[in-house]
Design a binder for this molecule. Structure first.
Ligand code: TRP
Ligand code: ZN
Ligand code: CA
Length: 434
């Protein structure tokens, strides 16, 4: 080992603090482009419905306001969102002498002054499990929220999801939420999208006639898959969007029909029979058997399309750089230290040829183990301890096959000095995304 440069570590201490305060530097500017919404797996939506059915079955056959099945439904949805990285809030209110609950889930990031919200009522009537009304909307927005997380979507606008209590008793939960929003908060909404009954067993494809941009966004989706739509007329104001519309927030939504009977013209258009869109509406037979899978699938994909399209999107040009230039001193023969970069705005996984630029100042690089640590904790060894001999410094770009790693998140350069005497510091760490 070389006996040199012990003084350097001391000299560096001051600069390291200053550089840490400066933090990581995202070096690229974003450019606007449209990212397509992912396909929402209908099997996942159906699994959420099966879980809500189980909750009802275990709680007297319903998920109604003031009953144990309602709170169990809230807990079920909240746990999935918490695990996916949402910031969740349970809002309590009292109605008819019982405690009611709204669940609000915010996706971190986006412009806080431009909020796009999707909501669905999570309560059922007391007479049944409420799988179409409204497990269907609740499950579709839940799976869309999980898809936002899976894809690491970083939209321009801020995304929020809501599950309302006591809709069946008069839009009680959504009114409570809106009434408790200060005017300054209401003004931040770009739009509210409502999904109440979107898997009716004899479905129609209805789009709410409200905000023209939201309405057109839904119509474009259905036009793209060749499915004709009609304007929803089975009761304007009969769901939670009315609470938002009443305070001037632009609203829209989807609906596949309740107790009204499908006309012969609608049978021509959509198939099915000239009977009620949902013959189990507000009945005990609104179970997992009361769902048309095709309608649930198309509407779930339409939910995602609208959320992606209306929230805007930021994609990055090739060569986007995430770099941390803060110096991190490496303790001699000590524990590992890290330098972090936070990758945002990417979709999907990292590339199979991720360039990892490492600049380490050190007086004997054979001492060092150098690793790249992915956001999920997987470590990729860039340089093993005992290799590189007595050379000074590492200033090289390693290529890592990171294709099994989600790109967005915090990546670390982890360095450990495993032998006494020679020392140094991490000078910079840089990831370049293609
Ligand atoms: N949950 C609503 C209700 O019981 C269902 C409904 C009926 C609906 N008509 C609607 C939802 C029109 C949206 C639009 O009233
Ligand atoms: Zn409903
Ligand atoms: Ca050493």
């Amino acid at each position: 080992m070389k006996l040199s440069a012990h003084r350097r570590a001391l000299a560096l201490a001051g600069t390291a603090v200053a550089a840490l305060l400066a933090g990581a530097v995202p070096a690229a500017t974003a450019e606007q482009a449209t990212v397509a919404a992912p396909d929402i797996p209908v099997a996942n939506v159906k699994q959420h419905l099966a879980d809500l059915q189980s909750i009802a079955s275990a709680n007297g056959g319903n998920r109604a306001h003031g009953r144990t099945g309602y709170k169990a439904s809230i807990d079920f949805v909240k746990a999935k969102l918490d695990a996916a990285g949402f910031t969740t809030t349970v809002q309590q209110f009292t109605y008819n002498g019982s405690t009611g609950y709204n669940l609000i889930a915010d996706w971190p990031g986006g412009d806080p002054n431009q909020v796009v919200m999707a909501g669905s009522h999570l309560d059922s009537v007391t007479s049944g499990p409420g799988i179409n009304d409204n497990g269907s909307g609740s499950a579709a927005i839940l799976e869309t929220a999980l898809a936002v997380s899976r894809s690491g979507y970083q939209p321009t606008k801020h995304l929020r999801f809501g599950w309302w209590g006591a809709e069946e008793l008069g839009l009680v939960g959504s009114k409570y939420y809106v009434n408790n929003l200060p005017a300054t908060e209401r003004a931040k909404f770009s739009g509210y999208l409502n999904f109440d009954m979107i898997g009716s067993p004899n479905p129609g494809y209805f789009v709410y006639d409200d905000d023209p941009v939201i309405e057109q966004t839904f119509k474009n989706y259905f036009a793209g898959i060749g499915v004709p739509t009609e304007i929803e007329t089975e009761g304007d104001g009969r769901s939670d969007h009315a609470s938002f519309k009443n305070v001037g927030i632009p609203v829209g939504g989807l609906f596949t029909g309740a107790s009204r009977v499908k006309t012969s013209a609608q049978v021509q258009k959509w198939g099915g029979t000239a009977t009620a869109f949902d013959r189990c509406y507000h009945s005990s037979c609104d179970t997992t058997s009361n769902i048309n899978d095709t309608a649930l699938d198309r509407n779930s994909d339409a939910v995602a399309h609208a959320i992606w399209t209306l929230s805007g999107t930021t994609t990055q040009p090739p060569g986007t750089v995430f770099e941390n230039t803060a110096d991190v001193s490496i303790p001699d023969n000590g524990s590992a230290v890290t330098s972090a970069v936070t990758v945002t705005g990417r979709t999907g996984n990292a590339p199979s040829n991720l360039p990892v630029a490492v600049n380490i100042v050190h007086t004997y690089i054979g001492d060092l183990q150098v690793q790249l640590v992915a956001p999920d904790g997987t470590a990729y060894t860039l340089k093993a301890y005992g290799t590189g001999g007595s050379a000074d410094n590492i200033n090289t770009t390693y290529t890592v096959n990171a294709s099994s790693e989600v790109a967005n998140g915090t990546w670390l350069l982890r360095v450990q000095d495993n032998a006494a005497v020679d020392t140094g510091y991490i000078n910079s760490f840089k990831l370049t995304f293609p």
